[in-house]
Design a protein around this ligand. Structure first.
Ligand SMILES: [Zn+2]
Length: 414
């Protein structure tokens, strides 16, 4: 990518990163915080200035715009989507990006005064960016490359395509969302209005990442009912809910927990427990890529409760399960040309596609179930949601090129 375009990409990213857009959990409204409007409004203006068509911002700060195709005939509309909010896990206020040109491959001092260092020991992949332009924080905030890198890449790619009419391209739809980090980025996304046949979220990490499988996810609330009696006179009368809860927990498969699983292995994860003799409430999440195993896990909890209730002769264990999201693979598997197109774009740019199942969810999963198949592509950022977050300009440039290439290769698809 030419220097002129890399500069545009960098300046764009720096501006977005410095704009405060932290989202907030447990807020009913979307966007969850007023500051997200600042970047949303700015992006709308920017898309208009670049010359995109039908640029809009709705009542919930979702921004959309279109770059028409420059080809004859009917071609699919391809969407690219990123989120402009940053994670509430770490402060995103007053971000002061630091630029380390021609990075020497060693540790990077983020903040000498506070002795905050981005070290190769803790972030081994850092050394692989030797010679590149590394953008870090000053150690006091996150960077917001998740997912402002994605936005900078998409905006720069459509500007580049507009400036290069000699590159054939399909129609491109651009969508920017609020509140992804609080699980609501896809909630009010108007798939019909967006009008794309399929889309990609630019929200992955390392160069080459391409993801189209994610967890099936459910939450379980398990209530254990006890019976409090004066301990001195409790024989044959008291039922201690804590003992029942412990028995239940011990019946769960010991190795199927987050800390002992990876790849496509699913798990049960107890993340909260509270209560006393009278009542204990245990909160759990259930995760599995495989549909059948996912159902089995849910049934396991229900059957365990049933069998324990038989033993106790009463409704002592109550299991409530709520599905949270589903593996997008089910929505993609009959449309693998969507994945192949991204793969082909990467390969033609000498980028090795790195395909792996996501051990979490994505906005793309929700969008896929709303009728917009939506795999996830790398945006380049590392160490998300922390003061050690960083991204290199070269990684962002590669993601930008992938977008341009997908637009071009899509003209071969009918
Ligand atoms: Zn993200």
């Amino acid at each position: 990518m030419e220097k002129e375009w890399k500069d545009k990409l960098l300046n764009r990213f720096l501006h977005y990163a410095k704009t405060y857009t932290e989202s907030k959990p447990d807020v009913e409204e979307i966007p969850s915080t007023p500051q997200q409007w600042d970047l949303a409004n700015y992006l709308k203006k920017e898309l208009e200035e670049i010359g995109l068509e039908d640029v809009s911002i709705d009542d919930h700060a979702y921004v959309m715009g279109y770059l028409p195709s420059n080809q004859e005939g009917t071609l699919p509309t391809i969407g690219f989507i990123s989120h402009f909010d940053t994670s509430p896990d770490f402060t995103g206020k007053d971000v002061k990006p630091q630029i380390h040109e021609n990075y020497d491959g060693g540790d990077i001092v983020l903040n000498a005064e506070k002795d905050i260092v981005l070290s190769v020991k803790d972030s081994p992949e850092l050394a692989s960016f030797k010679g590149e332009t590394v953008i870090t924080t000053d150690g006091t905030t996150l960077l917001g490359a998740d997912d402002k890198a994605g936005i900078a890449e998409i905006v720069t790619a459509v500007e580049y395509l507009k400036a290069h009419p000699e590159i054939p391209r399909a129609r491109i739809a651009v969508g920017f969302t609020p509140d992804e980090e609080v699980g609501k980025g896809a909630h009010l996304f108007d798939v019909e209005k967006f009008g794309a046949e399929w889309a990609y979220t630019m929200d992955g990490s390392s160069v080459g990442e391409l993801e189209y499988e994610n967890f099936n996810a459910a939450g379980a609330k398990i209530t254990f009912k006890g019976k409090m009696v004066h301990p001195g006179y409790a024989k044959g009368k008291m039922v201690n809910a804590m003992h029942i809860a412990r028995e239940f927990a011990e019946a769960l498969p010991k190795d199927e927990v987050p800390e002992k699983t990876d790849g496509r292995q699913g798990f049960f994860h107890q993340h909260d427990i509270s209560g006393g003799v009278d009542e204990v409430v245990m909160q759990m999440i259930i995760r599995d890529h495989d549909d059948e195993k996912f159902e089995k896990r849910k049934n396991f909890l229900l059957e365990l409760a049933q069998s324990m209730n038989k033993t106790f002769g009463e409704e002592r264990v109550i299991v409530e399960i709520n599905d949270q999201y589903f593996n997008m693979y089910k929505q993609i598997k009959d449309k693998m040309h969507i994945v192949d197109l991204a793969k082909q774009a990467m390969e033609s740019l000498d980028i090795k596609p790195d395909i792996k199942p996501i051990r979490g969810g994505t906005d793309g999963a929700q969008l896929s179930y709303k009728g917009l198949p939506c795999p996830n592509i790398f945006a380049g950022g590392q160490n998300f949601h922390s003061r050690y977050e960083y991204v290199t300009l070269e990684s962002m440039a590669k993601a930008t090129q992938v977008i341009v290439k997908i637009a071009e290769l899509a003209t071969n698809k009918k």
